[in-house]
Design a protein around this ligand. Structure first.
Ligand SMILES: *Cc1c(COP(=O)(O)O)cnc(C)c1O
Length: 229
């Protein structure tokens, strides 16, 4: 299928999932995950209406920003090493993978040096998979209370990567749990924090994620086809 057909199919599926979950007037932001995808194909997706690009490696992200420029927003969705923070803070719209205090400290420092506030989502490892980064559910509130002390970070919501499975129903609880956590945090009315985004749902599971309250999905394969690493 072409990128165009893929995007049309995704739009339709988003619509259906929203209707199914009784929130047909809600919006879901689509982030095109462009890791390993060459710039020509990314440009094609942009010409078809993509406005958000997600990358999980700093070097690749920097390279693509250099070529594509400021016509889209960039999201850092992968694990972020502290020593690479300085390269991307002024260039990205949001970091989806804030998962430790050392990273928060460095993000704050670099944002401050650039006289800006950096938007961040807290990455939560809901299923507690050994292979994945992110905080456990019960660690998130204490962590946020620490992050709130950093004046140049703005927490905007939560992110999770669900376990890969052929049986998507078996991971529905992951999305439910993250939604519940978001509601819990919202109720605490912290200053300088807004639970605007639930970044959950990838090619394999975005429909279920939307049914459970996602408003930001990160899709690579579903747009560009299988990646060649
Ligand atoms: C690669 C990646 C995605 C997209 O995965 P697909 O299955 O290709 O849609 C989403 N989120 C993160 C963090 C990723 O690394």
């Amino acid at each position: 299928m072409s990128i165009k057909d893929n995007l049309l199919a995704i739009e339709e599926n988003i619509e259906k999932a929203l209707i199914k979950s009784g929130r047909k007037d809600d919006k879901v932001e689509l982030i095109a995950v462009t890791k390993t995808i060459d710039v020509d194909r990314i440009q094609e997706a942009i010409n078809l209406g993509i406005t958000n690009i997600g990358e999980n490696r700093v070097q690749e992200l920097e390279k693509k920003i250099e070529v594509i420029g400021g016509k889209v927003d960039y999201h850092m969705i992968g694990h972020l090493q502290t020593n690479k923070v300085k390269y991307i803070v002024p260039k990205v719209k949001m970091i989806h993978s804030l998962d430790r205090l050392s990273l928060a400290k460095e993000l704050n420092k670099r944002a401050n040096m650039n006289s800006l506030t950096i938007n961040a989502l807290i990455e939560v490892n809901v299923a507690e998979e050994e292979s994945k980064f992110g905080l456990k559910i019960q660690e998130v509130v204490p962590f946020i209370e620490e992050v709130l002390k950093f004046k140049n970070i703005r927490v905007k919501g939560l992110m999770t990567i669900a376990p890969y499975t052929e049986n998507v129903e078996s991971i529905r609880y992951v999305f439910k749990e993250l939604y519940k956590l978001k509601e819990d945090i919202s109720r605490r009315n912290y200053e300088n924090l807004s639970m605007d985004y639930l970044s959950m749902g990838m090619t394999n599971d975005y429909e279920v994620a939307i049914e459970e309250g996602s408003n930001m999905i990160r899709i690579g394969t579903g747009i560009f086809g299988t990646r060649n690493y």
